[in-house]
Write a protein that binds this ligand. Structure first.
Ligand SMILES: [Zn+2]
Length: 416
C-alpha cells in the first residue's frame, strides 16, 4: 500500500492500537480491519506526494502516477459535495450520532464537549457579561470553530485571556507577584481589557501592522462595506470610543456592527460574534457565485483578531522584560558604586599616602574613584570583587598587631 502520509501509514500498519482520540479513528479502524481480513499480505510503503509538480505526469513511474491520480480524485470528490453514503461498511467501528450527525474523529473530545456544552455556554455568557436575551444573537458554532482552529497553546492562552486570569499586572499584583498593577508600557492600570487598549507607541505599531494585514485579508474575501463595519467595531474597542459608522452605507452591515458593539469588547475578542456577520457574508458569497461557508470566514476573522491581541501581548512582554532588566541593572549599579566608595574609604584609611602599596596594588588603584564608577557594569563588577580582596589583605598587612606570618599565609592563599 503506497501513501504519501507517513502518519497515516503508521496509524494503519503500526503497533499502536487505534484510539477514539485519534483524528481519523473511524477510517483507521476500517482500514485495519480490512488489512487483517485480507488474504493478501500488505506492506506499507511511503511515497513522496505531488511529484507531478516537478516532473511531467507521463514521465513518472506508475506508483507516483497512482499518487497523483488519487489526489485528483479526492479533489473532484470534494468539489462534488456529495452527501455521505449512509450504508454501513463492513469493518467500521461502532457509530455515534449527535443531532442526527455522525461523530467522526476525536470521539472522546466530542462526547465531553456535548456533555458540557450547556455549562460552557453559561460560563462564557457570564465571563463576557452578556444577557440571556443577547446570547441568542450570538453564533455559537463560530465560537467553537475558532477554538478548534487554534493550536493547543493558543486555546489555552485564549481561555486564560477570556477568563481574565492571565498574567496582567492587575492579577499579578493581586496574587502578590508584582509590586503594582501598572502597565509596563504606559503606566495605566493593566487589566485584561487594557491589552487591546494600551496606547504605547510600539504596541500601536503592532496594532497598525496587524490591522493592515487583517484588512488585506478581508479585501480578498468580502465586500468593502463589510470591511468598514468590522473595522469600525475594532477601532471603537481599541480606542474606547463610540461606534463610528460614518463611512459605512450598508444598513445591514451597520446593524451587524451595532449589535456587535452592544455585545461588548470581551465578547468581540473572545469570539462571541453576532449571527448577522455570517448572514451578510453568506449573501456576499452567493452574489459572487461562491459556495464557501460564511461561518468559516467569520471564524478566521476572529482568529486573526485574537492573533493581533497576542502579538500586542508579546510586545508588552518584551517591554516588561527590558524594564525589569534595566531596573535590575540600576540596582546592581548603585550597589557597586556604594562598594567602590567603601573601598576607597578603606584604602585612604589604611594608607593615606599610598606609600606602602606594592607595584601591583598601586597599579590597581591608579584610577580614582569616579573613573571606576563610570565604567560599564561588568568591568566594574570585576574590579570591585578583586579590589575588596586586595584591600582586605592590605589591611591585614598593615595591622601592626598581626604577625607577618599571618599576612604571608593569607597572601599566598589569595594570590596563589
Ligand atoms: Zn499600557
Amino acid at each position: 500500500m503506497y501513501c504519501d502520509n507517513k502518519g497515516a501509514l503508521s496509524a494503519a500498519f503500526g503497533w499502536k492500537h487505534p484510539n477514539p482520540r485519534w483524528a481519523s479513528y473511524d477510517l483507521v479502524s476500517l482500514i485495519r480491519y480490512h488489512l487483517s481480513q485480507s488474504p493478501i499480505k500488505w506492506k506499507a510503503q511511503h511515497i513522496r506526494g505531488h511529484q507531478d509538480r516537478h516532473t511531467k505526469y507521463e514521465n513518472l513511474d506508475i506508483i507516483a502516477q497512482g499518487n497523483v491520480d488519487a489526489d485528483r480524485y479526492a479533489a473532484i470528490e470534494m468539489e462534488a459535495n456529495r452527501s455521505v453514503d449512509q450504508r454501513v461498511i463492513i469493518g467500521e467501528p461502532w457509530e455515534l450520532r449527535q443531532n442526527g450527525k455522525r461523530i467522526v474523529g476525536d470521539i472522546e473530545k466530542r462526547i465531553r464537549n456535548t456533555i458540557h456544552e450547556r455549562e460552557m455556554k453559561e460560563y462564557w455568557r457570564k465571563k463576557f457579561s452578556i444577557t440571556a436575551e443577547q446570547q441568542d444573537q450570538v453564533h455559537w458554532e463560530v465560537f467553537k470553530k475558532v477554538n478548534r482552529m487554534n493550536e493547543d497553546w493558543v486555546q489555552t492562552w485564549m481561555a486564560k485571556y477570556n477568563s481574565r486570569i492571565g498574567g496582567v499586572r492587575k492579577n499579578m499584583h493581586r496574587r502578590k507577584h508584582a509590586t503594582d498593577d501598572k502597565c509596563p508600557c504606559c503606566e495605566e492600570r493593566e487589566d485584561t481589557d487594557h491589552l487591546l487598549q494600551c496606547k504605547n507607541k510600539d504596541i500601536q505599531e503592532v496594532y497598525d501592522e496587524k490591522l493592515r494585514e487583517i484588512k488585506e485579508w478581508m479585501e480578498k474575501h468580502t465586500s468593502e462595506e463589510m470591511i468598514k463595519g468590522v473595522e469600525a467595531v475594532i477601532e471603537a474597542f481599541r480606542n474606547g470610543t463610540d461606534l463610528n459608522l460614518e463611512g459605512c452605507h450598508d444598513n445591514m452591515v451597520k446593524a451587524a456592527a451595532r449589535q456587535q458593539f452592544e455585545l461588548g469588547q470581551r465578547a468581540f475578542v473572545g469570539g462571541w460574534w453576532s449571527r448577522r456577520w455570517s448572514t451578510l457574508q453568506n449573501i456576499y458569497y452567493r452574489e459572487q457565485g461562491k459556495k464557501n461557508k460564511a461561518s468559516i470566514w467569520v471564524a478566521r476573522l476572529i482568529s486573526q483578531i485574537q492573533d493581533m491581541i497576542r502579538n500586542m501581548w508579546f510586545e508588552r512582554n518584551s517591554q516588561l522584560h527590558n524594564k525589569e532588566q534595566s531596573q535590575h541593572n540600576e540596582r546592581m549599579n548603585q550597589n557597586l558604586n556604594t562598594r567602590i566608595t567603601k573601598i576607597y574609604e578603606r584604602l585612604n584609611k589604611a594608607t593615606p599616602t599610598k606609600r606602602v602599596l606594592n607595584d601591583d596594588e598601586r597599579y590597581y588603584f591608579s584610577r580614582n574613584e569616579n573613573e571606576i564608577k563610570r565604567r560599564r557594569i561588568r568591568s566594574k563588577h570585576r574590579w570591585v570583587k578583586e579590589a575588596e580582596d586586595i584591600i582586605e589583605i592590605l589591611e591585614i598587612k598593615l595591622k601592626r598587631n598581626n604577625s607577618i606570618t599571618n599576612y604571608l599565609t593569607y597572601a599566598a592563599k589569595e594570590y596563589g
